[in-house]
Write a protein that binds this ligand. Structure first.
Ligand SMILES: [Zn+2]
Ligand SMILES: [Zn+2]
Length: 364
């Protein structure tokens, strides 16, 4: 650590990493999404910095080089003893509670943070707004108990960057299949006349090309693909070149799945889209089979951090997680259900069914 005099004649503390100390009071600054600047929560000093440029696509074939690793001096890894989640923080920060389960059983562990992201989509609003979105969402959950609707506090919602890979690919496919259309005809005569349906089968084959841009695959298990898809979209093409400053004051969720696994998932998604694309060119009623063989060319990827507010709420000793898109506010997740409300709804349902049966019997 070295001290320097800056252009305002103030003493500025330089640290080895990008983590920035407040020039006025020396406290750690955090990234404030509402100000789009670094902010000192201790004394209110604000420090603007130039946004980094848009994150670059990396060549998939050349893979990940060793310097793509997060350096040990820059980051620390914490593990939650309660739920097993691992989070990454900049070296100067300490995790106090686990964003996924809300307990304080977090411990610093001697593990490397792994791959360094090359892109980051910064949060576009702060924790206060995230709590508002959560409350609005909670209020609309009919079966949720009052306790859940009323008791959400800022400690229940934490900003976490979720690791994900995006893939681009130019695909070229060759396909072969058999489709059928159903028809009806009248057979027999007189008393034996009847209509029957029959299928006319047809062989299809051809080639199909499709370009994919930023197919998004999450690299974490606690914030998985299902959760991600529920709170999409994320404008990953607007991801910035990764800089540690965006992470200050937030946690990053340590990835659970490797690049190659995620590429496998991306291919499954692309395969399904290609198949849909091919079949949409035909009119048919029945599909016998379709075989598609696909070549991927010019595959690139980005390893990006997505802004998510993770909500955690424990109700009757059970943990519920919900997620808020940190750019749009779209919220989705698990929430407790009030046993009383569920019982009332069930009784009402049975009563409605009984009325219908009564009307049906009386009517016949
Ligand atoms: Zn300060
Ligand atoms: Zn936990």
């Amino acid at each position: 650590m070295a001290t320097e005099i800056n252009e305002f004649g103030e003493e500025e503390v330089k640290v080895s990493t990008e983590s920035v100390k407040c020039s006025a009071c020396g406290a750690n600054m955090v990234y404030d999404p509402d100000r789009r600047a670094l902010y000192c929560p201790h004394c209110g000093t604000e420090k603007k910095f130039e946004d980094s440029s848009v994150a670059k696509e990396l060549d998939f074939a050349s893979g990940l080089s060793a310097d793509a690793q997060w350096k040990k001096e820059d980051t620390s890894v914490f593990r939650c003893d309660n739920c097993g989640a691992k989070v990454v923080l900049t070296a100067k920060e300490t995790a106090k509670t686990c964003p996924f389960c809300g307990t304080a059983h977090v411990q610093k562990i001697e593990e490397l943070a792994g791959l360094k992201p090359n892109g980051v989509l910064p949060f576009s609003f702060g924790e206060e707004k995230a709590l508002e979105y959560s409350k609005t969402w909670a209020k609309k959950r009919f079966f949720a108990p009052r306790k859940f609707k009323k008791n959400l506090e800022s400690k229940n919602v934490n900003g976490v960057y979720a690791p994900c890979f995006t893939f681009d690919s130019s695909t070229y496919s060759v396909y072969k299949g058999r489709i059928g259309t159903t028809h009806t005809r009248t057979v027999g005569s007189g008393k034996n006349q009847r209509t029957e349906t029959y299928v006319v089968w047809r062989n299809i084959s051809g080639t199909y090309a499709q370009n994919f841009d930023d197919v998004l695959i999450t690299a974490g298990s606690k914030f998985g693909q299902k959760q991600l898809d529920k709170i999409q979209p994320f404008d990953t093409n607007a991801s910035k070149e990764y800089r540690e400053k965006y992470l200050l004051g937030f946690m990053a969720y340590h990835y659970d799945y490797e690049l190659s696994d995620c590429w496998g998932q991306a291919k499954i998604k692309m395969d399904a889209a290609i198949k849909r694309g091919i079949l949409s060119q035909y009119t048919y009623d029945k599909l016998d089979y379709i075989n598609v063989s696909t070549n991927h060319e010019r595959v690139t990827y980005k390893y990006s951090m997505l802004p998510i507010y993770v909500g955690n709420f424990t109700f009757k000793q059970k943990l519920y997680n919900f997620f808020v898109n940190g750019t749009t506010g779209k919220t989705w997740g698990k929430y407790p259900k009030s046993p009383l409300k569920v019982t009332i709804a069930t009784i009402l349902g049975i009563a409605a069914a009984a009325v219908l049966i009564y009307l049906f019997i009386r009517g016949s």
